[in-house]
Design a protein around this ligand. Structure first.
Ligand code: URA
Length: 434
C-alpha cells in the first residue's frame, strides 16, 4: 500500500494489520516516511484510536525498532517506574536514586517535555554537564556500578519513539491511549526490565483528565506490558494541581535535591516514597510493602538516596557540586508575581494552565527542533487548599527578558480558583491497579 492509502485507512476508522503497523513504525525509526506523513498518521490514530491488538503490535514494533537490552546476570532485580506525564512531576529523579540505594537496578529511559508536561531528560540536562545521551556501553557500566543510569531514546534504543514522541509533542497528538501506551512501553521493553510501576495521572493537568479514561489508560498499559512479559502495576494519582512548589527544569532539580536532603514538599516526597517502595516490593527485596516503605524512608533519612544521586550526576558527566550548592543550577532572577485578586479559599491551581504557562516562558517546545530554557519556570508560594487575602502573592514566574510573559501570566492568573468556602480535600493517590 502507498503511505497515503495507509493513512486514509486509519482515518476511515479501519484497523491496521501488523504489517501495516510495522511499515509505519519503520517509517519513523528508519526515516523512510517524512514528518508530514508520520504526523498525519499520528493524527488519524489520535482520532480513530486502536484496538488492543493494534496497540500491542504498535508497542512491539516500536520497541523492536532498536536494541532490546537484557540483564541476565545483574545481582538484583531490574525494575523501573514511569509516569504518563504531569506538571511539576519530578518523582523519577527522586525515587530512582532511592530505589537504587535499596538494591533495585534502575535502567531508566525517559522522555523530554511532552505537551504541557515536563520531561525527565530536560530536567536532568539543567545540571551542568549531565549527559543523557550515553552510549550503551557507558549506560551498562553505570547501571552495574551504581544500580541506576538515566538516558533518553537514542538511535539505538526505541528510535521510533524518539521521532514519534517529538512529533506528538508539537502536533497536538499526545492525549491518545494507544500512542501513550506504545510510547511508554516501547522504552520500557527496550530497557529489558522485569517489572514496571506506572503512575497514571488524572485531573486538570493530566493527558487523561477524567478518572474513567485514566483507568482505561492504566489498564491498557498494564495489560500490554504483561503481554510483553513485564510485571506491571499502576496507581492513578491526582494531577489537578502541580506536584511540589517548583515547575521548570532547573527549578525542579533544586526541589529534587531539597527532598533528597529530607526537606521539600510533602506531596512530592510521599509520592516518591510510595512509588520507590512499590519498586522495592516488586523486586522482591522486601516482599512486604510496609517493610519496603520503611527501607526507602531509611535510605532517605540516612542520606544514601542523596549520595546515590550525587554519584549518578558524577558518573553521567555532571557537576555533583550542585548538591551542596543548588544555586549552580542557573535560574533566571527576572520575576513576575501573580497575586490573589480576591480573598477566600484557594481551592485549586489548574496544573494544565501552569504547564502551558511554563511552555510559553520557554521551559517546553513549540517546534520539534526548538531548545528549552532550563532557567525559566514558576515557583508557587501557596498551594491548595488554604485561605488567601486579596493581594497575597500566590506564585512568581521566572522569565527571560519577558519572553512569553504576557500569555504565561494570563494563564497563571486564570489558573486560580478562589471560592468563599473550602472544597473537600482530594486524595493524591486515587486508585491502584494490581
Ligand atoms: N511518557 C511517555 O514516554 N510517552 C507518553 O506518550 C506519555 C508519557
Amino acid at each position: 500500500m502507498l503511505i497515503p492509502e495507509l493513512i486514509r485507512k486509519k482515518r476511515e476508522g479501519f484497523s491496521l494489520s501488523e504489517n501495516e503497523i510495522k511499515c509505519f513504525v519503520d517509517g519513523a525509526g528508519k526515516g523512510t516516511w517524512p514528518d508530514y506523513q508520520l504526523s498525519a498518521m499520528l493524527m488519524a490514530i489520535f482520532f480513530e484510536g486502536m484496538t488492543t491488538r493494534e496497540t500491542s503490535n504498535l508497542t512491539h514494533h516500536m520497541a523492536s525498532s532498536g536494541k532490546i537490552l537484557s540483564w541476565p546476570d545483574l545481582p538484583g532485580p531490574a525494575i523501573d517506574k514511569h509516569s504518563t506525564g504531569g506538571v511539576g512531576d519530578k518523582t523519577s529523579i527522586i525515587l530512582g536514586p532511592l530505589a537504587a540505594a535499596c538494591g533495585v537496578f534502575v535502567p531508566m529511559i525517559s522522555g523530554r517535555g511532552l505537551g504541557h508536561t515536563g520531561g525527565t531528560l530536560d530536567k536532568l540536562e539543567s545540571i551542568p554537564g549531565f549527559n543523557v545521551r550515553l552510549n550503551l556501553d557507558s549506560f551498562e557500566k553505570i547501571l552495574r556500578t551504581l544500580g541506576i543510569a538515566m538516558i533518553g531514546q537514542t538511535t539505538e534504543i526505541a528510535p521510533a519513539d524518539r521521532i514519534l514522541y517529538s512529533l506528538r509533542d508539537v502536533t497536538a497528538t499526545v492525549e491518545s491511549i494507544p500512542l501513550i501506551t506504545a510510547s511508554i512501553l516501547s522504552k520500557k521493553i527496550a530497557e529489558g526490565i522485569q517489572g514496571l510501576i506506572m503512575d497514571v495521572k488524572t485531573g486538570m493537568g493530566a493527558f487523561m483528565p477524567e478518572v474513567a479514561k485514566a483507568r482505561k489508560l492504566a489498564k491498557s498499559i498494564v495489560n500490554t506490558a504483561r503481554k510483553s512479559g513485564i510485571h506491571c502495576q499502576a496507581i492513578i494519582t491526582n494531577m489537578d494541581s502541580p506536584l511540589g512548589y517548583k515547575i521548570g527544569n532547573a527549578l525542579e532539580i533544586q526541589e529534587c535535591i531539597e527532598i533528597l536532603k529530607g526537606n521539600g514538599p510533602e506531596d512530592t516526597r510521599e509520592l516518591s516514597i510510595n512509588l520507590a517502595a512499590k519498586m522495592v516490593q516488586m523486586g522482591g527485596i522486601k516482599p512486604d510493602l510496609n517493610e519496603a516503605t520503611r527501607l526507602v524512608r531509611d535510605k532517605l533519612a540516612n542520606g544514601e538516596g542523596l549520595a546515590k544521586f550525587s554519584a549518578l550526576i558524577q558518573a553521567q558527566g555532571g557537576d555533583p557540586r550542585v548538591i551542596d550548592n543548588p544555586n549552580m543550577l542557573e535560574v533566571s532572577t527576572q520575576t513576575f508575581e501573580i497575586k490573589a485578586l480576591e480573598s477566600g479559599w484557594l481551592n485549586a491551581i489548574d496544573a494544565s494552565k501552569l504547564g502551558w504557562a511554563a511552555c510559553h516562558l520557554g521551559a517546553g517546545r513549540d517546534k520539534a527542533e526548538a531548545s528549552v530554557d532550563a532557567g525559566v519556570g514558576i515557583i508557587l508560594h501557596r498551594k491548595p487548599s488554604c485561605r488567601v487575602t486579596k493581594g497575597d502573592i500566590i506564585m512568581e514566574l521566572r522569565h527571560r527578558n519577558g519572553k512569553g510573559l504576557e500569555k504565561a501570566s494570563e494563564l497563571c492568573q486564570h489558573s486560580l480558583a478562589i471560592d468563599e468556602k473550602p472544597r473537600s480535600e482530594i486524595q493524591l493517590i486515587l486508585e491502584e491497579i494490581i
